[in-house]
Design a protein around this ligand. Structure first.
Ligand code: ZN
Length: 343
């Protein structure tokens, strides 16, 4: 069998080409991908050849926000069947290392994560017509959920994991720097979202933000949140931009918490304020069980992720899709569609 794949050869050097795909072996599932979201990390690989110490060192098939239709299953698979529509979890922990055994599978020492250049050889990704996954990576969806919506399960799971790192949100005032799916923070009394782009903020409003602030156009609007040592109980820092990290530390109250989700290389942090205000700075990395939770919340209609999806392009136009995805004034989430989407 042949499949088209979207492979990155170097900075801005993206090619759609054909390769062989094997039939699914024991425990494996052949999925015809229907939708694949372009993530910030895919963009970093495309635009900059990586981020921080993580560099693209060999050609890599990008993509880890994917959903599709099961075409065939290997021996022993009884979790999904041909014809099932599934969100594909890009995580493949070993289930055997010390962290997997501790229940911290996102820290698996042998993690294989689709479309990631973290390890070498790189883990190839899901921007392809046909993909072989492990059966445990496939989460079934119902007939009312589109594959495009199901493909948002991965970034949504990242938000759910960050929320679980933050603890109880009920009644709290929350700052989100760098617009993400604000609705993941339901239960909070107030959700203020900052971004540099109105397009992203408009979507944040539709996703549950109570107030939005364009910090490029109106930085003064943040002053009231910095008053009296800061107003927010909690901040989710999604941008990994130095000014936003600074804003979060300024605007969170003493003994408040900042959950850092945005990823970059080294960033300057105003340690004096961090210490002086006794702020809890917490990292949040990917997700584990939250993937299934994200799929169920989307599939049940408890959360509507459709506003996030701003455009979709067929795989053959991947280069244009990556250019648009890189323009944050126009796009929040750009997805690719595949042979299955048209079928
Ligand atoms: Zn492990």
């Amino acid at each position: 069998m042949k499949t088209r794949v979207c492979r990155l050869y170097g900075q801005r050097e993206l090619r759609v080409e054909e390769m062989d795909v094997a039939a699914p072996g024991p425990g494996e599932v052949l999925v015809a991908i229907g939708a694949g979201g372009i993530c910030g990390s895919d963009l970093h690989y495309f635009q900059d050849g990586g981020f921080g110490p993580i560099r693209v060192r060999e050609p890599i098939i990008l993509g880890h926000e994917i959903a599709g239709t099961v075409q065939a299953v290997g021996e022993g698979v009884d979790r999904v069947f041909p014809g099932d529509r599934v969100a594909v979890n890009p995580s493949r922990p070993c289930n055997d290392c010390r962290f997997c055994r501790e229940g911290l599978r996102q820290h698996c020492l042998n993690m294989r994560f689709f479309g990631s250049a973290l390890r070498f050889p790189h883990e190839q990704g899901g921007f392809r017509d046909l993909l072989v996954a492990q059966d445990f990576q496939c989460e079934r969806i119902g007939p009312r959920t589109s594959l495009a919506e199901a493909a948002v399960a991965e970034p949504f799971a990242v938000c759910l994991h960050a929320r679980s790192r933050a603890g109880d949100l009920s009644g709290k005032s929350v700052l989100v720097t760098g617009a993400g799916p604000a609705a993941a923070h339901a239960g909070a009394a107030e959700i203020v979202v900052t971004d540099l782009q109105d397009a992203a903020l408009a979507i944040a409003s539709r996703m549950g933000a109570t107030t939005t602030v364009n910090v490029a156009a109106n930085p003064d609007l943040l002053d009231r949140y910095k008053a009296e040592k800061g107003q927010f109980d909690l901040a989710f820092e999604c941008s990994a931009a130095a000014p936003a990290v600074h804003t979060a530390i300024e605007c969170v109250r003493p003994q408040g918490t900042i959950v850092q989700l945005g990823v970059a290389g080294d960033l300057p942090v105003p340690v004096n304020m961090l210490v002086g205000k006794e702020i809890n700075l917490i990292g949040s990395h990917r997700f584990d069980a939250e993937f299934g939770e994200a799929v169920r919340l989307i599939d049940s209609g408890a959360i509507d992720v459709k506003p996030i999806i701003t455009a979709s392009y067929p795989l053959e136009d991947a280069l244009a899709a990556f250019e648009i995805a890189g323009d944050r004034s126009r796009a929040v989430k750009v997805q690719l569609t595949f042979a299955e989407t048209a079928a």
